[in-house]
Design a protein around this ligand. Sequence first.
Ligand code: BGC
Length: 721
Amino acid sequence: MMSRAEVSARVRAVMARMTLAEKIGQLSMLADGLVETGPPGPHNPFTMILEGRVGSLLNVWGRDLIREAQRKAVEESRLGVPLFFGLDVVHGHRSIHPVPLGEACAFDRELWEQTARDSAIEAVSDGIHMTFAPMIDVARDIRWGRIVECAGEDPYVNAEFARARVRGYQAADAEGFMRLAACAKHFCAYGAVLAGRDYAEADVSERTLHEVYLPPFKAAVEESVAAIMPAFVDVAGVAMTAHEKLMRGLLRTQWGFDGLIVSDYNAVSELMNHGVAADLAEAAALALHAGVDIDMMSEAFPQGLPVALERGAVSLEQIDDAVARVLAFKERMGLFDDPYRGIGVDISAGRAARRALSREAARRSIVLLRNEDAMLPLRAKSIALIGPMADAPEDQLGAWASAGAGAESITIVEGLRQGLAGAHVSFARGCAFTAPIDGGVDDAVMGARDADAVVLCIGEDRLSTGEAASRTKPEIPAAQLDLARAVYAAGKPVVLVLCVSRPLVLPDWLVDGARALLIGWHAGSEMGPALADILSGAFNPSARLCVSWPTTTGQTPVFFGMRPTGRPHDPNNGWSTGFLDAPYAPRFSFGEGIGYAHFTRGNLRLDEATINRHAVTTLRVDVTNVSEVPGVETLFLFARDPVAQVTRPLLELKDFTKVALAPGKTTQVSFSLRASDFSYLDSELQPRLDNGVIRLFVGASARASDLDCIELTIADGPREA
Ligand code: BGC
């Protein structure tokens, strides 16, 4: 419950004048359809605004419409309470950045924060107050289309991503108000949906909830995230929208989260489909009890809450508590003082800088996985650019393009023609995303024959990814594979650029036949110039995979943080864990990625090899750029607790950092460690720290061959002063 002291006199005064319908209105969020196309009806949002029966709107498009809706609320509704407006500003608003799964590969907290700040500036000037982001569902299943929205397979990376994004979106504006309220989603375990099938159940142990799915949300709460959205799914049989234990209990009481809980789209009514509510009143009561303040787009609060109140299933205090929270949010956003805050502010002066940041984000997100015979940077004077993704202005924007327009994208063909000015770049589409085009393959092959090198851009269109885009065969469509096969047969060296929003299963021949391999993602408005920067050598690639890349769908989920088995994988022992028909390891591991420079590591050391349970120490390693070009190396710090009361992951990511080094230079990289970093949840899920050895691994990826190991001992000792 919000304490009286937290509710301002202004909010109390407004609430004192509200009818029940107006109170429930504040708890109702409606979508679009604002333009009146017929006589105003009971569900026409403008009518609802006038009657005070809606408190916030989502996905409303256009400054004029937003201004008009706000004007109606403030000037024509009885109490004049301002609305707030929400939108999915997930990876950019007008200047579109790489999809989150791509940008996470930059492993750059500052970048994650800056791109969020730029998105906020653009969204606010379009009248938006809340973004339904960051999406921080740890995801390990490539069948699930929504894997694109998160920061990959690891809880620590998603937690760091959450912190940076929340800081970036919510950074104060010139007047000191929170710029754009972040709504972290989807609380929680949505990434664990059965078979990767969207909206399905998630049957997750309490341990996995606490170790994997909850830490990113804890991080968002620690950064004072303004709102949280429960997931559509049920977790071990309890629908998240009605999960009192996790929302009211853990989130509100234990973690002290006092922001808004906004349901997902129609999720409160859908409690009936989950089979836990018999009617709208029961659904509304369950959600309100669990802590939901705002019902997004369902009839449950508007129709069900009055009935629930009559039945005594909810109390007026509970409704008041949610209303106070919504009004307090509006007050914190400055909307009572200036309901039109930010709308239409001229931000054109910063546009070029924001586009430059999109380009920077894109080039720092594109992962180079192979570069045989130093194929890149490209020296070829004549290049055949081939593939449907090379000229796909809409698709390169990715799944949540917000106000991003294809007309404002710089495509790969445009980018390469500008950025590889010394070379002749021919272009042949070759095929459509999922179908051949007449003569397409022949044209492409002709182009390849005439060129010194091929840049082949294939992948998936943006509608194949995102929400409700689960796939049992997350693969490159056959038409594109046919194109690739024919182009490879032309015999020219191929740079393969995979433009995808999730790891797709790749045939061996496709990978083996490429001289260079890049994961280009759907990299946003500036994908063309960013790729050109990498191909030309103007930018030295520095991204690393934030997700393991399976060899086959059947290997899913595969991730570095698996727990050990009693029969560890041993290729020479048929009775060890693994598959008969697929390798044990993923095709590419978490952290894989190279650049044009080469680095060595040495002299891994700890300031103290033994520390007491309350102490800190520092791990240090020397990194040398042994190449002739400047470059950026990424270092990951993993830990393994080899003997504990419960099984511990084979590797746990504890930190990551990037270091820029001139040719021939060496630098010392350090990670500070607390003994308490190695505590874990015991068999009763209580925190426990054992005496004993922790293995620390430092290196360039989660592959064993990329890691150096050192042991830290934790021992009893006096508590430090
Ligand atoms: C999605 C949310 C999104 C909401 C509003 C839902 O379908 O699950 O992630 O924020 O729609 O667009």
